[in-house]
Design a protein around this ligand. Structure first.
Ligand code: SF4
Length: 381
């Protein structure tokens, strides 16, 4: 289970098109933006997705099927889970969370089944057919060479004069102020701009729907602002055969859910500078690395004590024996990504230190394992 720390290749192919769903959540790191869209994605090593993301992908498919009127959507959802579990079990990185139903828990399973059934009742009315059917219905493929965008809208309903683009979600769709999350709004507005290239006269409504509908602005001002944002993003990446990956990374708020973290030298250099006092605009991923001081085997798993790369003493408890950490690793440098945070204490002068107590296995009832934990060794060890 333990591997050498990965490397990001020095060059990658330039992506021609970007995805509306990815540009919405992007903030500042060009390496993340370009690499995640590159046709060379297979050359990159990603952190595992984890059971919640896997489950979310299948739930999203089932909800799209329900919204398209598929009466078999709930049964199809169960079949998709069964099939995915077989694939996950066959892969060493995902085998520990292959039992998706157990990993997400019965409450989430039941809530998702309920949502699929509810969306079948609410959204599956037949769509009118006086426009080309390829631009109405579910999973409508849209592409714009002008905007350099390509993606599929979950659902487009309506007729020739007016239409509604619906983005189906399984989780929360609003921010603290009750407005549509900006990332989701930009995604929907990107679909709107692509559809308007084909149907300039159509009146559009944009909605996020997780069982409840949230309207996203689609007036001229909102769509102009979305276009400016998209143009600014695509201008960062001139067309060409390939781009050099060195110097493109900006470690910061984009790192939190970036699957490239283990191989990203910029992240590995910058993150330790956060650990004594994490900047207010950064959410530090639950990663830690440093020199192992001590390994103890306990009934609830292995405990690793280390001095992290910022000089702090850190402990990781409940490590799965299958990771392959034994006393032989004492004195070597290891990196742990996607741990669970067991406790965070604020600093005496209001600092926001990164936690010093992590875990893999559960230590209290109701906790789940750090399903996507990935452990790497540095070359020197
Ligand atoms: S880990 Fe951070 S710095 Fe590195 S590519 Fe991802 S977002 Fe950019």
């Amino acid at each position: 289970m333990m591997q050498p720390i990965p490397r990001i290749p020095p060059t990658l192919q330039v992506p021609v098109f970007l995805s509306p769903s990815l540009i919405g959540s992007w903030r500042e790191c060009r390496l993340k933006l370009f690499a995640l869209h590159s046709p060379d994605r297979a050359a990159l090593e990603f952190l595992p997705k984890g059971p919640f993301a896997e489950f979310g992908t299948l739930a999203h498919k089932a909800i799209k099927a329900a919204a398209g009127g598929d009466r078999d959507a709930v049964a199809a959802f169960e079949r998709m889970i069964d099939e995915r579990q077989i694939t996950l079990a066959a892969n060493a990185a995902s085998a520990r969370y292959a039992d998706l139903r157990a990993a997400v828990g019965p409450a989430r399973m039941a809530a998702t089944r309920d949502l699929v059934e509810r969306q079948l009742r609410r959204l599956s009315a037949p769509t009118r057919t006086e426009v080309p059917p390829r631009r109405r219905g579910r999973e409508v493929f849209l592409e714009s060479t002008v905007l350099r965008l390509r993606g599929s809208a979950d659902l487009i309903r309506g007729g020739r004069a007016s239409a509604e683009i619906v983005d189906l979600k399984t989780g929360n769709t609003t921010d603290d102020s009750g407005q549509a999350r900006p990332a989701y709004a930009l995604q929907l507005q990107a679909y709107a701009l692509m559809l308007l290239e084909q149907e300039p006269e159509v009146r559009l409504q944009l909605s996020l729907d997780n069982g409840e509908r949230v309207v996203v602005p689609s007036d001229e001002e909102a769509l102009s602002a979305a276009r400016r944002r998209i143009d600014a993003i695509t201008a960062l990446l001139p067309l060409g055969p390939e781009f050099v990956t060195t110097g493109l990374a900006t470690a910061g708020s984009d790192c939190y859910q970036c699957p490239l973290r283990p191989g990203c030298a910029a992240y590995r250099e910058t993150a330790p500078t956060w650990w004594h006092d994490v900047p207010a605009d950064v959410k530090a991923p639950a990663d830690i690395w440093g020199r192992i001081q001590r390994i103890d085997s306990r009934p609830d798993g292995i405990t690793a004590t280390l001095v992290d790369a910022s000089g702090r003493g850190v402990r990781i408890v409940g490590l799965d024996e299958q990771i392959g950490i034994s006393a032989e690793r004492e004195g070597t440098e290891l990196a742990f990504f996607n741990l669970e945070v067991d406790a965070v204490k604020p600093g005496f002068q209001g600092q926001r230190p990164h936690t010093r107590l992590f875990r893999d296995g559960p230590v209290r009832p109701g906790q789940h394992r750090a399903w996507t934990l990935a452990v790497f060794q540095f070359e020197a060890s």
